[in-house]
Design a protein around this ligand. Structure first.
Ligand code: BGC
Length: 364
């Protein structure tokens, strides 16, 4: 088989995996064969919908957006109570806030992991505007749900919540603030702006883009986190050469990129030993493409090739690979508890497709 055929096959297979594990209601099952990931996460799914947009599958992406609309309408009363709680400086009740993940039929299900995460709904808003830019419809129901989510984010923006890795619930995370700014900008682009949303946007802009901005895990933390790459791409909150972006990308390259081009989440990560994540290799490549230096495109091509090498015989991509694990002594405990880490992970396949698209390769 020629190299080109292999590449096209992995693109086709990636699309197939995503579509195969989209439920009839529109949800994506994050890691269908992994014991812990039989749910639909707002964060993973919003990024998966981006891939469907670039692959020309607006129909499937649209079904996901309508699934979120139903989740939001179901949760509307709780969201209003959560907003009232945030006004008084309290953490909203688990019965009220939007959860990070849902079962296929929109239920919250039993959880032994932190479920209060504000980046998911924010990334959904961003993803909806991506969908509309790609030619998807902004139906009345989608607009109504988007407006409510934007108001929810504006009110809850200073409330501590777990980050993209479902950790550190007592912090306001820079990556989450970035997602919120992307979501609030998306709401404005969708014609849903109103004074309270504009005020929230301006406040986050001051924090993230003002002269003192530093993109670390949270204000006052010295650590970098690879989820910060999303502020550069896909959210495009600032050019890759803007000072906080430039410094963050350099730190990810110096501290979190492994010798083969895989990317760790953050240095202290011990989940499955803190392996190298497929989707983060794609995120770094996308940030580099925006930086556009002489070596950046070559490095992005190398990242694509690295991702392709991580596919198994069926073409399934994992969440992470352990070859350069940061804490190898911590791998076995997770394997004992939960089995091998997720493969396929739909978000990995989506990240692969979007990187291919940005490199001008066919995605279908
Ligand atoms: C990751 C989350 C992700 C979830 C499902 C977790 O291990 O930290 O970012 O949403 O898996 O893929």
């Amino acid at each position: 088989m020629s190299r080109m055929t292999e590449e096209i096959d992995l693109a086709r297979h990636s699309l197939d995996v995503i579509l195969r594990w989209q439920t009839s209601g529109g949800a994506f099952i994050a890691g269908p064969t992994f014991s812990q990931y039989g749910f639909s996460w707002l964060r993973d799914s919003a990024f998966i919908a981006e891939a469907l947009d670039v692959a020309g599958r607006l129909d499937a992406a649209g079904r996901f957006h309508d699934w979120v609309v139903r989740v939001v309408f179901e949760g509307a009363e709780g969201m209003h109570r959560a907003m009232a709680a945030a006004e008084t400086g309290t953490i909203p009740d688990a019965a009220d806030y939007l959860h990070c993940r849902y079962t296929a039929d929109g239920a919250t299900g039993p959880d032994d992991w932190p479920t209060f995460q504000l980046d998911g709904p924010a990334i959904w808003l961003w993803s909806l505007s991506h969908h509309v830019r790609a030619g998807g419809a902004l139906t009345g129901r989608r607009a109504q749900a988007a407006r409510l989510v934007a108001r929810y984010l504006a009110r809850l923006r200073d409330t501590p919540a777990s980050d993209a890795w479902e950790e550190s619930p007592d912090r306001v995370h820079t990556s989450t603030l970035g997602a919120m700014l992307a979501g609030l900008r998306a709401a404005a682009a969708l014609g849903l702006d109103e004074p309270a949303l504009a005020a929230a946007r301006a406040a986050i802009e001051e924090t993230l883009l003002g002269p003192d901005a530093r993109w670390t895990k949270w204000a006052g933390s010295g650590a970098v986190d690879a989820s910060l790459l999303w502020l550069v791409a896909p959210y495009e909150l600032a050019p890759a050469e803007a000072p906080p972006a430039r410094a963050m990308i350099r730190r990810v390259e110096a501290e979190l990129e492994d010798p083969e081009g895989g990317v760790h989440r953050y240095l202290e990560d011990t989940y499955y030993g803190g392996g190298s994540w497929i989707l983060l290799a794609a995120s770094l490549a996308r940030a580099r493409l925006r930086r556009g230096g002489p070596a950046d495109r070559r490095l992005a091509e190398q990242a694509l090739a690295w991702i392709e090498r991580q596919a198994d015989g069926r073409g399934d991509l994992p969440e992470q690979v352990a070859t350069h694990a940061l804490h190898p002594g911590r791998i076995e405990e997770w394997r004992q508890a939960w089995g091998a880490s997720a493969r396929p992970l739909l978000w990995s396949h989506a990240a692969y497709l979007v990187l291919r698209h940005e490199l001008g390769r066919p995605v279908r």
